[in-house]
Design a protein around this ligand. Structure first.
Ligand code: DP6
Length: 356
């Protein structure tokens, strides 16, 4: 796909202000391995969440010579440690929006979830910022459809963080070309025009915070280690197959298949980390204890509780809304002891970003 249609050179004039709230997402089929400019080696699909969100306000004003490209507040405070990531994002998107160079961006962001909870916030943060920038661009495109706007926002978000491309609409987003989804592509994520089984519109995600510390190995570094990884070709093939199979389960509401595929994906992701060079282990003893207990609970009660993992020690517990009461009782009684200070976040599938 040519990226020319994403280049837009607006006139540098005027002042604009906007604010967007973007959700986090949890991948069911994992993106792990990238090439070129933030392009995925395999397609992924995620649940869009609703409670874990980033809210970002941006004001665009004409930039005076010699001034910085942006200033940034997180939780109303200056946080220079975020500057390199924002600068990298602006450097990557400017070729697609050259007029941006004529502007100074005042960015102010906050998360609904604690920054130090170990929950990755780059997806919601980059998506919220990308939506503000796409919104700025929108005023110059009287012909833009809602779809065109969302595509550009996802395209820009991807340049900030791959998984951010999927934090735009809900309830499920696919990023990366898959033959199971006709309009899917590597440049931006889509919310497929598929009638998902209603059970997944209200699926629950309780995040167990096993470790609040920042990850020892960043995702970006981990993606890089898929280059030349001895199992990479098989892994990319597996992700394609899993996505095709998961599509069927997501439409029919086949929870057994859903659980089987999503847990296999979570463990395949960590298997890649454990077999890369250098190898690394992000799961902790408490992570494994939780996985074991979840499996036992499912066998004993027949309730469809399952887990998935991102690139860290925390565990996302997935289950249907109608099972919430008994499953939350089990989580409280048996699993919170494995969390740092019992910390957990109750989230559920949501409908995507919104303008505030
Ligand atoms: C394990 O999107 O954080 O969460 O593109 O380098 O910013 P960058 O990586 P990132 O990787 C996320 C990896 C994952 C799986 C997923 O979300 O699909």
């Amino acid at each position: 796909m040519s990226t020319n249609s994403f280049v837009f050179d607006a006139p540098a004039e005027g002042y604009f202000q906007t604010q967007w709230q973007a959700p986090s997402n949890i991948a069911l089929i994992k993106y792990w391995g990238k090439y070129g400019q933030q392009l995925p080696h395999n397609p992924s699909i995620s649940f869009t969440l609703s409670q874990c969100v980033t809210t970002t306000a941006v004001s665009f004003s004409l930039r005076e010579q010699g001034t910085t490209a942006f200033d940034f507040l997180f939780d109303q405070k200056k946080q220079p440690e975020f500057h390199p990531k924002i600068q990298q994002f602006l450097d990557r998107i400017t070729p697609y929006f050259p007029a941006l160079e004529g502007y100074h961006l005042s960015i102010s962001s906050q998360n609904s979830f604690p920054h130090s909870s170990g929950i990755a916030s780059s997806a919601s943060a980059m998506a919220a910022l990308a939506l503000c920038i796409a919104d700025f661009e929108k005023q110059f495109h009287s012909d833009w459809t809602e779809e065109g706007f969302l595509q550009k926002a996802s395209f820009l978000a991807r340049l900030g963080s791959g998984s951010a491309a999927r934090s735009i609409v809900g309830p499920l987003m696919v990023w990366g070309h898959s033959k199971a989804f006709p309009r899917s592509n590597d440049q931006y994520a889509i919310a497929p025009a598929v009638k998902w089984h209603p059970i997944f519109h209200y699926y629950q995600d309780t995040v167990l915070i096993v470790d609040k510390e920042q990850k020892k190995v960043s995702s970006t570094l981990g993606h890089g280690l898929m280059q030349g990884h001895p199992f990479a070709p098989q892994r990319f093939k597996q992700a394609h197959t899993h996505l095709e199979q998961l599509k069927t389960a997501l439409i029919s509401g086949d929870l057994e298949r859903f659980i089987d595929l999503t847990e296999a994906e979570a463990l395949a992701l960590h298997a890649m980390m454990m077999t890369s060079n250098p190898r690394f282990v992000l799961m902790q003893p408490n992570t494994l204890a939780i996985l074991q207990k979840v499996g036992d609970y499912r066998t004993q009660t027949g309730r469809p509780l399952s887990f998935t993992l991102d690139a860290g020690a925390n565990v996302h517990l997935l289950y249907p809304k109608k099972e919430r009461k008994p499953i939350m009782d089990f989580i409280r009684k048996e699993l919170l002891v494995y969390c740092q200070q019992g910390q957990h976040i109750n989230d559920q599938v949501g409908n995507g970003a919104k303008k505030i």
